[in-house]
Design a protein around this ligand. Structure first.
Ligand SMILES: Cc1cc2nc3c(=O)[nH]c(=O)nc-3n(C[C@H](O)[C@H](O)[C@H](O)COP(=O)(O)O)c2cc1C
Length: 331
């Protein structure tokens, strides 16, 4: 364990606030797979090899998405302190093993959009509760699509009835395959339910309601409570696929930033969102999904978006546990 140091011209308390913002990013099962190394001239973002999910996410793609989301939060928090972040994704020898380095690129007066996104960082939550039946307005859809574009990625909105049916079948099929995989289920269980004092995982209060066979969209089962009468899931949420334009680790990290920008933008618009990642986690289904999207886009995760009631925040690990030793890195 190490302490928060000054970096990029910011005092330790400011750096701590920046890392706190980063740590509020979403991650699969709330595994929080990120670590940070603080040096006077840079912050390094690394994946945490102790927090991988080898059965659910064998190639680490979702881990990189989560770290990309943390990177976006970190950029916003730096901008909130007037620092223009200069980001190098996959810096190579310069910072061995890092997913990204962030340096000070001068001063920056934060604009209104950036401040709104930053304000949304602690407000954003994965909401697994039923949504209201009201549809998402066209201008809000545009704002979400634009959010992904600004991060060099793409948000594919699932629109036609046929496409909705196809997506539902991908989710159902992948979910069924995962239910039969004891290792995937063991990883889910290890992060699920009431685990007193736990600083990670998905507590029961965030689990939504137990999936039922008649459900049209199948959500992951975090040992949710039984369905309350009258609390059925909405029939027609906005479903959108976060995509990149190419494959590879760089694209994963960019798509993670795009995913987070979409989620934060949704938060600023009063929209709730949850994930249905099963189809991208099961290799064959992911390939079919990719072809169904036209064969050029690379799908990263499915989002369900709509209006809902508030849910509590999930826990986070203390910042002290996220720090790597500042030494033994190339400077
Ligand atoms: C790449 C990725 C995939 C996810 N997939 C799912 C999913 O399939 N089902 C689900 O209920 N939540 C999913 N989540 C949401 C996480 O469980 C959630 O982010 C985590 O529990 C932290 O809670 P928060 O988002 O409310 O901060 C996913 C998150 C990420 C980043």
């Amino acid at each position: 364990m190490t302490e928060v140091l000054a970096a990029l011209g910011l005092a330790p308390e400011q750096v701590e606030a920046v890392l706190t913002a980063a740590s509020l990013a979403p991650s699969v099962h709330n595994s929080q797979p990120w670590r940070f190394r603080l040096l006077p001239d840079r912050i390094e973002l690394h994946a945490d090899p102790d927090r991988t999910l080898p059965a659910t996410d064998p190639d680490g793609h979702e881990m990189r998405l989560a770290c990309g989301a943390a990177l976006l939060n970190l950029r916003l928090a730096l901008q909130g302190f007037g620092v223009r972040p200069l980001v190098t994704i996959l810096p190579g020898q310069e910072a061995h093993g890092a997913l990204a380095t962030i340096r000070r690129g001068g001063q920056l007066a934060p604009d209104d959009e950036m401040l709104a996104l930053l304000k949304a960082v602690p407000q954003r939550r994965t909401n697994r509760h039923p949504f209201f039946e009201s549809g998402v307005e066209g201008r809000h859809r545009h704002a979400l699509v634009r959010a992904a574009e600004l991060e060099r990625s793409w948000l594919h909105v699932v629109d036609t009835r046929e496409e909705v049916a196809r997506m539902k079948s991908f989710v159902r099929r992948a979910h069924t395959i995962q239910l039969r995989d004891p290792e995937v289920q063991a990883e889910l269980e290890s992060f699920t339910g009431d685990r007193p004092g736990a600083a990670d995982g998905v507590p029961r209060a965030n689990a939504g309601f137990r999936p039922e066979t008649q459900d049209e969209w199948i959500f992951r089962d975090f040992q949710a409570g039984e369905r309350v009468a009258g609390k059925d899931y909405e029939s027609n949420p906005l479903v959108a696929v976060v995509c990149s334009h190419y494959r590879g680790q760089l694209a994963d990290i960019q798509a993670g930033q795009a995913m987070q920008r979409v989620l934060l933008t949704a938060t600023t618009l009063g929209l709730s969102a949850s994930f249905m990642s099963q189809p991208v986690e099961v290799r064959n289904v992911r390939e079919e999904l990719r072809r169904a999207l036209g064969g050029t886009l690379v799908p990263h995760t499915l989002l369900r978006i709509g209006y809902s009631t508030p849910v509590p925040a999930t826990p986070r690990r203390p910042i002290s546990e996220l720090l790597m030793e500042p030494t033994n890195s190339a400077s």
